[in-house]
Design a protein around this ligand. Structure first.
Ligand SMILES: Cc1cc2nc3c(=O)[nH]c(=O)nc-3n(C[C@H](O)[C@H](O)[C@H](O)COP(=O)(O)OP(=O)(O)OC[C@H]3O[C@@H](n4cnc5c(N)ncnc54)[C@H](O)[C@@H]3O)c2cc1C
Length: 408
């Protein structure tokens, strides 16, 4: 039976794009399908998110030759300060401070805006003749058999491959159609995201303030700008989103503080409802899930995309190794290696961000005292601190070759 491509990737978000480039680099032919037109994806108003890319993710982007295109638009994250606070009261005296100087590998991560990352991915995809990019078009059906898999698109086209990869986000249709159920938890929070301009330099320092309603992250962007991710109750987030610019800055100021001088909005505001969604299985017959389709976590630790890129590195490695051994890449035995590799990491991070958010997003005096003491303890012990730093840099666990700075 003839195949259109070795692999069909459903969903050309950041993880789908990264995976297509990695797999093409490993010698596979790939069809990448996304519902959205490329023009919409590269529009500045498409997505206000900025990502804290861990050092390990940076290495992967370097290894698939995308980093060179975005490097000039990234801001190294040199320090992270975590503080327990209440709006209007300023931070509590207990805080954790992580400095990249305590590890040898370099900055813990790099902040990059969605638009820069997406444009770099899309230009690498266009230039790669092993990748067929179909967008806009939507996958509406899929089927698998012993020798291969097919997806059917809304346009009537169909693509036959050896393997289908679902990178189609938190509501993954690929998973649904395969009968993979998911666990879901609504956090009752919405993240308001915006770029904020400020008078004073941030010096590459990221701040995480824990407020009772939810965390506020202030993450350094290039120039005198920072990205905020402000998690609030749905009602308060709707109020904040409805405010005029000046009113919004007035509401933000008590939580943000004055350590960066005067602040103003440096772009549009975006909001994202926050939930946890975990697929019960990462693989099925001739099918694998990556990124948010496999696990959508709380952005509290800025790890969602980093976790997805670990899937990308792991799956690309498993498939390339399988082909070198002469195996059919769509078989259960091959896909089980990927599922086994990623299962533990996914479950631990999902549980960690879940309990972290529960522990910090409330004003219970007992929990408040406990977490203040906990932060003081972590801060006092260099070995504990270094562990956190290596975790934030994505350097712990069984790293795929692409994240070790090695070839696929
Ligand atoms: C406020 C906020 C801040 C964040 N900050 C960070 C951070 O600092 N660091 C970090 O690592 N992560 C962060 N994340 C997480 C990160 O944004 C996500 O994990 C990541 O963007 C998920 O990418 P994805 O490609 O897996 O899924 P998505 O971005 O959801 O992409 C899915 C794609 O599939 C397409 N699609 C869906 N169905 C179909 C279909 N049937 N046919 C064709 N195409 C289809 C969609 O059009 C879409 O383009 C943050 C998240 C939020 C909400």
């Amino acid at each position: 039976m003839e195949f259109d491509s070795d692999i069909a990737i459903v969903g050309g978000g950041l993880n789908g794009c990264a995976l297509a480039i990695a797999l093409a680099g490993g010698g596979f032919s790939v069809t990448l399908i996304d519902s959205l037109a490329v023009d919409a994806l590269t529009d500045d108003r498409f997505d206000g998110r900025s990502y804290a890319l861990a050092l390990a993710s940076k290495r992967l982007l370097d290894a698939i030759n995308v980093w060179g295109d975005i490097a000039q638009n990234t801001q190294p994250m040199l320090e992270i300060k975590v503080t327990d606070g209440r709006a209007g009261e300023g931070p509590s005296p207990f805080w954790m401070h992580f400095d990249h100087a305590e590890i040898e590998e370099g900055p813990m991560g790099f902040m990059v805006e969605d638009r820069h990352l997406r444009r770099a991915f899309l230009s690498a995809i266009t230039a790669n003749d092993r990748i067929t990019h179909i967008a806009p078009d939507t996958v509406v059906a899929q089927s698998v058999d012993l020798s291969g898999a097919s997806v059917t698109l809304a346009s009537g086209k169909s693509v036959r491959s050896r393997l289908i990869i679902g990178s189609d986000g938190r509501r993954s249709g690929v998973a649904q159609r395969a009968g993979i159920s998911r666990s879901f938890k609504d956090y009752g929070q919405t993240a308001v995201v915006a770029a904020i301009g400020h008078e004073l330099p941030h010096n590459g320092i990221a701040h995480q303030f824990f407020m009772p309603a939810g965390p506020l992250a202030i993450l350094p962007l290039t120039g005198n700008r920072s990205s905020i991710v402000w998690a609030e109750t749905h009602a308060r987030a709707a109020e904040l989103s409805g405010m005029g610019d000046a009113e919004f800055i007035d509401a933000l100021r008590p939580a943000f503080g004055d350590f960066l001088g005067n602040i103003h909005l440096a772009g549009a505001r975006f909001s994202y409802p926050l939930n946890l969604t975990l697929a019960d299985h990462l693989v099925d017959q001739r099918l694998a899930l990556v990124g948010d389709a496999a696990h959508g976590v709380h952005p509290i630790a800025g790890q969602g995309l980093n976790l997805g890129l670990r899937d990308v590195g792991a799956l690309a490695q498993v498939l390339v190794d399988a082909r070198r051994r002469g195996e059919d890449i769509g078989t259960d035995a091959v896909l089980a290696r990927y599922a086994e590799w990623r299962r533990f990491d996914t479950a631990t991070l999902a549980m960690a961000t879940n309990s972290f958010n529960g522990l910090f997003s409330n004003d219970n005096p007992v929990l408040r005292a406990g977490r203040d003491i906990g932060m003081g303890v972590v801060n006092a012990f260099p070995a504990l601190r270094r562990n956190f730093i290596r975790e934030a840099a994505g350097l712990t666990g069984d790293l795929p070759r692409l994240m070790q700075g090695r070839a696929l």
